[in-house]
Design a binder for this molecule. Structure first.
Ligand code: PHE
Length: 461
């Protein structure tokens, strides 16, 4: 069915900024540095680059093509590709919804920590952990979450985050999502760049960078390192979740796909590397200050951003408040632009399924997710839930949905030639069509095998 009411991006730049906005998120800033370090440091860049070239960019091309060709949300686009494949789209929709529910909590914490940065309200270096527990309403003495109280700050922070998301997605693709990304992505890049420069000037920065980039070549023969690289690329590029299908469904037929995919893929990885450089410069500074070697400080996720970083910010020789504000505001903006893309997946799916307007679908989806998210995560069990959902998302989201979608396209319904045909229908850059053998090998053979092994391992565990 033709959908005359379907919106389009205003400009190609708008689409690219929105896609980069989706890709650049918490995964780039706090997940990548730790994952890279634990999996061989400098040597990790080899599997990482292989994963970007064999899975990241090819799959981005596939999702962009499916979205642009069928001009539909994930479930409907998959159904148009093949009747039996609709379930993949719903699977992706459910996973996106689960991610949205917890992602919003972290964005709210980051926003509060921007505020705390002004006077470093988290206290001295050994108080930052306790401060986080108090902030989340958890009982530090027993180390247990007593599930009774709410942290008022987290509650209101989350309400604010969801209000912003609501206003943006109800305003629509062009007036909401595109406009938001056009303002916040350039801001994010400038702020983050300034923060990294400040980090590089710190005494000890070189020590940190040495630790980060010194390659542990023997790690390359370790299968887990390769699996970690593929996992990072999927998470970081927002592929396998229906997000890029949804965003590409607002493209016009004449928009180029290959060039966009290359731009988004390389922009995301550049940002990620920059984050690694920033984080490790700071860890190197800390190593010089405290005598604790860099490798004993490396962590990722909640501990890195909300415990280790505040402790380090306290000791910065100049402008600690500025550094804190730049770091946490970057986390907030990067998170918001990703969260918006994640929420758009169920919003678009409901619009197509029930034939209602974008505003109505976005409003309903938003209200349901916001209520679940705020009630689950402003309670003090949020931290615990966060860890369990994260593991679950990796197993069933990345490995499961990503694996199934490639398997279906390349081996079951064998529609991959349709994708090749449409990937470049209007492009001046005929990369996929000229080298369809490479494209087939990368996704249909290499990536599908690696994801299959990942899936097998996570089912076993
Ligand atoms: N890619 C974004 C990030 O790196 C957002 C995202 C996370 C998208 C998880 C899908 C799944 O944080």
């Amino acid at each position: 069915m033709a959908d005359a009411t379907r919106e389009n991006w205003g400009t190609r730049l708008g689409f690219i900024l929105a896609a980069v906005g989706s890709a650049v998120g918490l995964g780039n800033i706090w997940r990548f540095p730790g994952v890279a370090y634990e999996n061989g440091g400098g040597a990790f860049l080899v599997p990482y680059l292989v994963a970007l070239l064999t899975a990241g960019i090819p799959l981005l091309i596939m999702e962009f093509t499916i979205g642009r060709k069928y001009r539909a949300s994930a479930p409907l686009a998959w159904r148009k590709l093949s009747k039996g494949a609709e379930f993949i789209g719903w699977w992706q929709t459910i996973i996106a919804s689960v991610i949205a529910v917890y992602y919003a909590a972290i964005v709210a914490w980051a926003a509060w920590y921007t505020w705390f940065s002004i006077d470093q309200s988290w206290g001295s270096a050994d108080e930052t952990g306790g401060f986080l527990f108090d902030f989340l309403g958890a009982d530090m003495a027993t180390g247990l979450f007593d599930f009774s109280g709410y942290s008022q700050q987290v509650l209101w922070g989350m309400v604010a985050v969801w209000l912003i998301v609501g206003v943006v997605i109800v305003a629509g693709v062009r007036k909401g999502i595109e406009r938001f990304n056009k303002i916040f992505m350039p801001l994010l890049i400038v702020m983050f760049g300034v923060m990294v420069v400040q980090a590089l000037t710190l005494e000890g920065a070189a020590t940190g960078l040495n630790a980060f980039f010194t390659p542990e070549w023997s790690e390359l023969s370790n299968a887990d390192v390769w699996i970690a690289a593929y996992g990072q690329i999927f998470f970081s590029l927002s592929i396998g979740f229906g997000i890029m299908i949804t965003y590409a469904s607002y493209l016009k037929k004449k928009n180029d796909i290959t060039t966009s995919a290359l731009t988004v893929g390389f922009a995301n990885s550049s940002f990620e590397l920059l984050a690694g450089i920033g984080v490790f410069s700071v860890l190197g500074f800390m190593a010089v200050q405290s005598g604790t070697p860099v490798d004993e400080q490396v962590s990722s996720g909640v501990g890195l951003a909300f415990v280790a970083f505040p402790a380090i910010i306290n000791q910065l020789p100049f402008a600690p408040a500025l550094f804190g504000i730049l770091f946490f505001l970057s986390l907030t903006f990067a998170g918001l632009t990703s969260l918006i893309s994640i929420v758009q997946v169920p919003a678009a799916a409901i619009k197509d399924r029930f034939g209602v307007s974008q505003k109505a679908a976005a409003g309903v989806v938003w209200a349901v997710l916001a209520v679940i998210s705020v009630s689950l995560f402003s309670a003090n069990n949020g931290l615990f839930m966060l860890d369990s959902t994260d593991a679950y998302i990796n197993a069933f989201g990345i490995a499961g949905a990503g694996f199934t979608s490639i398997l279906v396209v390349f081996w079951i319904v064998r529609k991959w030639p349709v994708i090749v045909e449409n990937a470049n229908s209007s492009s001046t850059f005929q990369l996929v069509k000229r080298r369809k053998d490479l494209w087939f090998g990368a996704l249909g053979v290499v990536t599908v095998l690696i994801l299959g092994v990942t899936l097998y391992q996570s089912v076993q565990a």
